[in-house]
Design a protein around this ligand. Sequence first.
Ligand SMILES: [Zn+2]
Length: 649
Amino acid sequence: MDSKERMKQLVDTLNEWARLYYEQDAPVVADAEYDRLYDELRQLEKTEGYSLKNSPTHRVGGAPLKKFEQSRHLRKLYSLDKCQSFAEFEDWCARVVKAAGYMPPLTCEYKFDGLTLNLLYEGGELVKATTRGDGVTGEVVTAQVMTIKKLPRKISFKGVIEIQGEGIMRLSSLARYNASAQEPLKNARNGAAGAIRNLDPSVTAERGLSFMAYNIGYSEKSFETQAEMRRFLVDEGFEVEGAFEVANSISNAVDFAKSTEKARPDLDFLIDGVVFKVDSVALRDEIGVTEKFPKWAVAYKFKADEMTTRLNDVVWQVSRSAKLNPIALLEPVDIGGVTVGRATLNNYGDILKKKVRIGDRVFVRRSNDVIPEIVGVAVEDENAKAIDKPSVCPVCGSPVKEVGAFLYCTGDECAPQAVSKLDHFASKDAMDIDGFSEKTAEQFYNEIGVKSAVDLLNLTAMDLYGLDGFGDKKINNLLAAIEGAKHTTLDRFLFALGIDGIGKKTARDLAKKFKTLESLQSAGAEELSAVDGIGDVLAQNVHDYFANEQNRKFVSDLLARGIEFEQTAQKSGVFEGMKLVLTGSLPTYKRGQATALIEENGGEVASSVSKTVDIVLAGEDAGSKLEKAQKLGIKIIDEEEFKRMLAIE
Ligand SMILES: [Zn+2]
């Protein structure tokens, strides 16, 4: 396609989008998408040196709606030049310096994301409210704007003055509204714009809008600076929420943008950037305006957090709490520099409420680290099909029950248990597979069908390729970790199996006593309970576990994947062949540290005092064990003696 054709295509697309947006209150694309094509067009016009007659670059906003009465603003409302990086902002500053001769102070304020309004006050009373429209003429929405509760109807200044600001819907108001609304609003921006540009003011009233004043247009009172205007607005009782600063350097302005972007997720309203203006009004006149915008102001736009894309399919994931979560599979789309291919649809109730269907073009929002979310339908597809409500669990096939907006699997052996077993198997004290977390277990379970430890050991790079968050490096690391974990010790393996009641210590005791898996597996309950620290219940659990055919198969399947046990070499040292018991609290060593020292030096730690015990290491508040040791005439040492034996200073 040559550049002229592309230009024509861009103009047609943008004009159609703008018409839908402004004239039918039906946004079909996210602002960032519009901006992207718009920027491409503007760039093309610049390089080609001409523009088409009906190019949207010639006008500000859309044509006013015909149904509203029209009104001409006393002073034109410009749109803002914008930049999307700090480098672009610095370029803009350089142009200001060129025009002004120096870098003047800049005011920094929020760029609210709503509908721009122009309010006319005469004789101290609000006489007219208009939308921006095309910047010259807007729609009269006085009755609608009058429903905004905190808006001052009267001000002390009696002359003619235009107050400009943004009609917005607070996020708390949006949440309140959507909680009971039959037709939930897609977002606060459309909620505000649609409410103000609604012929019925009672609709506006229901949405609980706010007006954030930020500028003064025509005025019979003169102002010397933006900061002075701001003070006037505050004094007259307008809402001017949001940070405001006068920056004396470019770096201060950049800092303001950075801190605002950080604060953005916690705000109760939408902002899509910050606005920088030359503070001095006199200087502004010197710097001047272009056809479209003033050269003394610029909007620094944050990265987009919402785009539209096609909903290709929906899959259901079962969470650890047995809840079925709908996951949207999307035509991959770039949102603020991140490619998004999956998003949450929250729950079945939400799908019904939002009327989302497979094939539709949908709005996807991604903010910070939150999972991307489908916020609503942008364009319905005539061939779209409804999202089926699953009647059985996609994981285990058990019936699904509906509780409120949510669906739950009723199976006992479904995802939650399996995921927690996998997580346990790989945990640090078990097989110690580095980089495999509970989150990974859940992801693998849901996305690549890893249902057991055997599946985990079977994984190949091919299985992991394309998984969210798994690049080549991470895949290699994980596979290496799995491979490395196969070389383990019997006690770790026993603990990893997750036999009821078998913790780290018991696993160690069993391994020490039986030495090999074969002898443990063939041990009777009685033999097992003879092991120090193993009661009858635990002994029975272990016996039952290995008596179960499924479990035996599971264990042999694991071994067949290459698991081998390191023979815990008989350590030699001062405690070689000795059994020690710890009791009371030692002055400096923790119990685990003392145990490790004993084991490293060939000794064994027992939990109770009996005739077979050689030494009792006693600390403060040693109770019955110490008494028993004294009775049995067992050697008792304190920490000092212990250290001396180990030749530790
Ligand atoms: Zn299930």
